[in-house]
Design a protein around this ligand. Structure first.
Ligand code: ADP
Ligand code: ASP
Ligand code: MG
Length: 838
């Protein structure tokens, strides 16, 4: 018997990874990169092949001969095509193609036999289905050889010894250890990579027995155990083991490390990422199992090991088992009668049915347990038979069955000893209006199981996921950065400029979609994303004064209802972009609480009242969401970003001074060139620079708001009212309606002409300036020397001058266009991309 000197690295490539020749090629590259370490490669069947073979077997037994030959031909062609793409012409390829042909010719022969017998035994199914793994292992081995690797195919029946339970065999550790060492150690010692088909092993009489669906994971951990491996890489189509099934909980995150018992619990209770028994061989061993993203071999994914980390997360992940039935045995005669529970489970066990959750009321009036729905009837009959005497004597009322249920399983080592976990789960479900039908907690306190109505299962998972802030695990790394769903609050000029920009973002592995638009009247929503065409049409309708409520596909809704509606959908990494000019605090809070990120171009909610700002930040923090506001100051210029970078690098900003109004900058530029006030303002409006009511700009309110946002970064504690603002709105014009004001602009031309002339006489130009320090903010008109940097501003240029501890004598200046839908939309897009993980 050979000895394994250096522990080998075990790789397992899942079916999704080996979907085609490119996938196999990529797997080969991963293995080559591990050289010269000894390696064992376990492979699944190519994606979809196991399902197809099982389906073929079932149809064959029904005599559906035509389907069988069609399916066999398709599978043969798929394998042959992959072989041709991987292996150059020659003896190797010929041998491979012959094996493929033989495998599927045999499928047809076997299927013929099954059709005659009209019988399908687990043993014949196993024999038939095993060829999926055997062929993919041969393909992989040939591809590795063609790429220059030393490789040998070793059949799993020569290694994995099982108890012979066809369809769900359990490996025998001792016997497997012996045969694995005998078959593999010499190869590994020579530096040969051993390629082994996963999912199957030998029954005691030498027949093929499979380990149950997903069994290749178990093959890999089993080999790790018997070969004394330290590391196993399970290469899958996910970035790691996630806090929940990403198809159900869109903001599921990669858990960087989980304890092997936690992972085992998840796998056992339905997490479709690991075979239910995959971790048994390694539960007490020092082996690190890594669930790794096939798409990114540099990433380590999730480590499953015996370390305990992330202790601040008492709950680490959840899963759900669908298709459950609940059986309840009730009766007053059960009280104090010993052995009822034992007889109940013996009856179920006798039928080979596995029970996933058990509860017994302390009154002992009833025993309740869950089984897979398809076994419910069998379980009931068996129980009725067992308790026939008691039922006749009316000591037991009977056996009740309730189907259509799901078991939600909440897992985490930290649950033991952390009080209130169950309460948090229950209140999260109650808040979501979900009824808990039964519950149980294992004595290990490692898992909490709850039975809910099947139709509530997805919502229940999302609610519990949110309640434990699982989206923040691992620093909030996005599990599915490839999709980000954007909802626009407001669809005016900026929103309409932003929409096509979002549609145009083309980056590998990133898809940004606008799924909803909300305005004062209602919303338009499509979870699949609104097409650029549809967005353009909606924009055109809005520009003509139309409302979303009345638009095609639109519905009437208050902002709160609109957010609730949007939040009811499983969006991926949802972001609400506020491009209104309203006080939207409540709407934003609702969005943050519903798990959306918020990007603001709207200054109002963060400048009305400090309390609102704090509440928004708290709501974001509570849900692990972000509130980004770059576009509120300087439109697309990186002002807040610069501040943050300075602060992060340890600098201290003592003053920010500048001209943060593109509208006023433009206005004074035009006035300086001799334009009249009325003409200049009308031109600015036509270009979309001012706020909807230009008096918000003229009054200095808009500048004051920007100054307040900057001031708060610097630690200014006051409110908008504490800012000294010089208004440029002519006396008496504040009270006019917007229309009247706009109609009367000419009245103010003369006064402005005089001011400009006076400044020019002193070689000065007028600028509207803000000075922001932690203690004081001032906003108003100044006449600056024509040679000063501020005087040189052009068009809608903004300027921000940062005085910091490092930039003291020579301050840091940022200048650039600071108004207009396009640049503002650009600023927003930057924030959106940041959240999309781009
Ligand atoms: P393999 O290709 O190795 O057989 P599987 O398909 O068995 O991989 O497992 C990966 C799949 O499991 C993912 O595509 C994902 O949809 C699903 N899944 C369910 N729950 C989780 C979870 N908690 N973490 C990661 N993936 C999960
Ligand atoms: N191919 C088998 C299945 O699909 C085993 C595996 O992939 O692990 O279940
Ligand atoms: Mg699998």
């Amino acid at each position: 018997m050979g000895r394994v000197s250096q522990p080998p690295h075990i790789h397992k490539f899942g079916g999704a990874s080996l979907a085609n020749a490119a996938g196999v090629q990529h797997a080969v590259q991963i293995v080559l990169a591990y050289r010269p370490a000894p390696q064992v490669v376990v492979v699944s069947a190519m994606g979809g092949v196991t399902d197809a073979l099982l389906d073929t077997a079932a149809r064959a037994a029904r005599g559906d001969v035509e389907h069988v030959s069609g399916a066999a031909a398709a599978l043969r062609a798929r394998h042959a095509e992959t072989a041709r793409a991987l292996v150059p012409r020659g003896a190797q390829l010929d041998e491979l193609l012959t094996a493929i042909d033989a495998a599927f010719a045999e499928v047809e022969r076997l299927a013929g036999g099954l059709g005659v017998l009209r019988e399908l035994t687990p043993r014949s199914v196993d024999y038939l289905v095993a060829r999926g793994e055997r062929l993919s292992a041969r393909l992989f081995a040939a591809a590795l050889a063609a790429a220059g690797g030393r490789v040998a195919y070793v059949d799993a029946t020569d290694i994995v010894q099982t108890d012979g339970t066809y369809g769900n065999a359990s490996p025998d550790l001792r016997r497997t250890e012996r045969s694995a060492r005998r078959a593999l150690a010499p190869l590994l010692a020579r530096g040969t990579v051993a390629v082994v088909p996963g999912f199957l092993g030998a029954s005691p009489d030498g027949q093929v027995a499979t380990l149950g669906r997903g069994g290749s994971d178990l093959t890999a951990t089993l080999l790790a155990r018997v070969l004394g491996a330290r590391e196993v890489s399970l290469w899958k189509d996910v970035p790691g083991l996630l806090t929940a099934d990403p198809r159900i909980v869109p903001d599921a995150r990669v858990v960087p490390q989980v304890h092997v018992r936690e992972a085992a619990e998840l796998a056992y209770y339905g997490a479709k990422v690991l075979h239910p028994r995959a971790l048994i061989p390694v539960i007490k061993r020092n082996v690190a199992i890594r669930v790794r993203p096939f798409a990114d071999p540099t990433s380590l994914g999730t480590e499953i090991s015996r370390r305990r980390t992330l202790e601040q997360y008492p709950v680490k992940a959840l899963s759900a088992i669908p298709g459950q039935a609940l059986l309840t045995v009730t009766g007053s005669g059960m009280l104090g009668v010993p052995g009822i529970a034992a007889r109940t489970f013996a009856a179920v066990h006798h039928e080979g049915i596995s029970v996933s959750l058990i509860t017994q009321a302390s009154s002992e009036h009833s025993i309740c347990f869950s089984v897979p729905a398809e076994s419910a009837t069998r379980a009931r009959h068996s129980l009725e038979e067992t308790f026939q005497p008691e039922i006749t004597r009316q000591e037991i009322d009977g056996v009740e069955v309730r189907t259509g249920l799901a078991t939600l399983v909440v897992v985490g080592l930290g649950m033991a000893g952390t009080p209130g976990i169950a309460a948090r789960v229950f209140s999260a479900l109650a808040d979501a209006g979900i009824n808990v039908i039964a519950t149980a907690q294992g004595s290990s306190e490692l898992n909490l199981s709850l039975v809910v109505d099947g139709k509530d299962a997805a919502r229940a998972q999302r609610a519990v996921h949110a309640a434990f802030q699982l989206a923040k695990i691992g620093g909030g790394a996005v599990a599915h950065p490839e999709r980000t769903d954007v909802v626009l609050l407001g669809f005016g000029q900026i929103g309409q400029a932003l929409a096509p920009m979002i549609a145009k973002v083309k980056r590998r592995g990133l898809s940004l979609r606008i799924v909803g638009l909300i305005d004062r009247t209602g919303l338009v929503f499509d979870a699949q994303g609104l097409s650029p065409r549809r967005l353009a049409a909606l924009g055109a309708a809005k520009a003509k004064g139309g409302s979303l409520a009345k638009a095609a596909g639109g519905r009437r809704a208050s902002a709160a209802d609109a957010i609730a509606f949007v939040a009811g959908h499983a969006l991926a990494n949802p972001i609400l972009v506020d491009v209104t000019a309203d006080d939207t605090t409540e709407t934003l809070k609702a969005a943050l609480s519903a798990g959306m990120h918020v990007v603001l171009a709207n200054k109002r909610p963060i400048t009305t009242d400090r309390r609102h700002y704090d509440e928004l930040r708290a709501a974001a923090q509570a849900r692990g969401r972000r509130l980004l506001l770059e576009a509120t100051v300087g439109a697309g210029l990186p002002i807040i970003d610069t501040y943050q970078k300075l602060a992060e690098s340890g600098d201290r900003v003592t003053k920010i001074e500048g001209c943060p109004s593109g509208t006023l900058g433009y206005l004074f530029g035009e006035l300086g060139r001799g334009a009249s006030f009325s003409a200049a303002l009308r031109r600015a409006i036509a270009k979309g620079y001012p706020e909807p009511d230009p008096r918000d700009d003229l009054s200095g309110k808009d500048v004051a708001r920007k100054a307040l946002i900057l001031g708060r970064l610097l630690g200014f504690a006051g409110e908008l009212d504490d800012i000294a603002v010089e208004s440029l709105v002519p006396e008496g014009a504040e009270r006019l309606t917007l229309d009247r004001f706009l109609a009367s602009l000419e009245e103010f031309d003369a006064a402005w002409a005089r001011r400009i002339a006076a400044a020019r006489a002193r070689s000065r130009v007028l600028r509207y300036r803000a000075i922001v320090t932690p203690r004081r903010i001032r906003v108003g008109l100044v006449a600056v020397d024509a040679s000063s940097p501020m005087a040189s501003l052009n068009g809608t240029d903004n300027q921000f001058i940062f005085t910091t501890m490092r930039y003291k004598k020579n301050p840091l200046v940022i200048t650039g266009p600071g108004a207009g839908p396009a640049v503002t939309a650009g600023g927003i897009l930057n924030d959106v991309l940041k959240l999309a993980g781009a």
